[in-house]
Design a protein around this ligand. Structure first.
Ligand code: SF4
Ligand code: SF4
Length: 242
């Protein structure tokens, strides 16, 4: 009988002048959250794979001239991390302003008004205006599904919906087409959502969407709320116990 050995090591690092111990393999974001240190995120969601796309969780690491995505950077022994600084705040504000400028986020008439992670992030970062010219693209609303709706105008391309559909529901209905600002969420081979042969109608994508891009049909302004608590639970239940 072979003994089960653990390769997990204890690591000590400093985050915002606070000495912290963690396990090897943990990311800066995980450790920060375990220690009640807030690092803003939009694409990250506990229970989904890390994508590192929104770049809001960028942090400074001592002796490194570049910024690092906290969600995708593992802690190392002796690391010194700073999660807030004037430079980081400026970058984070710029990212959120660009998201607002890229599509048509008209919060006052959005079904997610008051329950939107993008709107909350703008408030948190004290954004009271957008410094970039709005693109005002002409984007469609996919209303073809019986009880769910995709409004491309509100999409920030966080890909939470793509990941939950593939990784948790296993349907792989959602994906992305195009590049850069022309990227868009699609269903199957770019068909109307209502015609999808693979969508199970589980609604998981709607619940993980941080904005008013994925919503339930029939909701009026400010009525759409999301529930994400199911994700860490489902992930935990699926873990292989050795
Ligand atoms: S409802 Fe479920 S199966 Fe359909 S696109 Fe959303 S997550 Fe995928
Ligand atoms: S539809 Fe929602 S969850 Fe999907 S990429 Fe757009 S903002 Fe993210």
């Amino acid at each position: 009988m072979s003994a089960v050995t653990s390769t997990t090591q204890s690591i000590t690092l400093t985050i915002d002048d606070k000495a912290i111990s963690c396990r090897s393999g943990e990311t800066i974001l995980q450790v920060a959250r375990e220690n009640n240190i807030d690092i803003p995120t939009l694409c990250y969601l506990e229970g989904l794979t890390v994508w590192g796309g929104c770049r809001l969780c960028m942090v400074e690491i001592a002796a490194s001239p570049k910024l690092h995505a906290a969600c995708a950077t593992e802690c190392t022994e002796g690391m010194t991390v700073r999660t807030t600084s004037p430079r980081l705040k400026q970058y984070r504000k710029m990212i959120v302003e660009m998201l607002f400028a890229e599509r048509n986020h008209v919060c006052s008439v959005c079904v997610s008004n008051g329950h939107c992670e993008l709107q909350n992030m703008a408030t948190k970062l004290e954004i009271d205006h957008v410094r970039f010219p709005y693109r005002f693209p002409h984007l469609a609303v996919d209303n073809s599904h019986d009880y769910m709706r995709l409004d491309h105008n509100r999409c920030i391309l966080c890909l939470r919906c793509v990941r939950v559909c593939g990784e948790i529901e296993g349907a792989h209905t959602k994906d992305v087409k195009g590049r850069g600002v022309l990227s868009a969420i699609i269903h199957d081979l770019d068909e109307p959502w209502g015609d999808s042969q693979t969508c199970t109608g589980c609604g998981k994508c709607v619940n993980v969407c941080p904005t008013g891009a994925l919503t339930h049909r029939g909701t009026a302004v400010g009525e759409m709320t999301k529930k994400t608590e199911f994700l860490p639970y489902l992930t935990l239940m699926r873990e292989v116990k050795l």
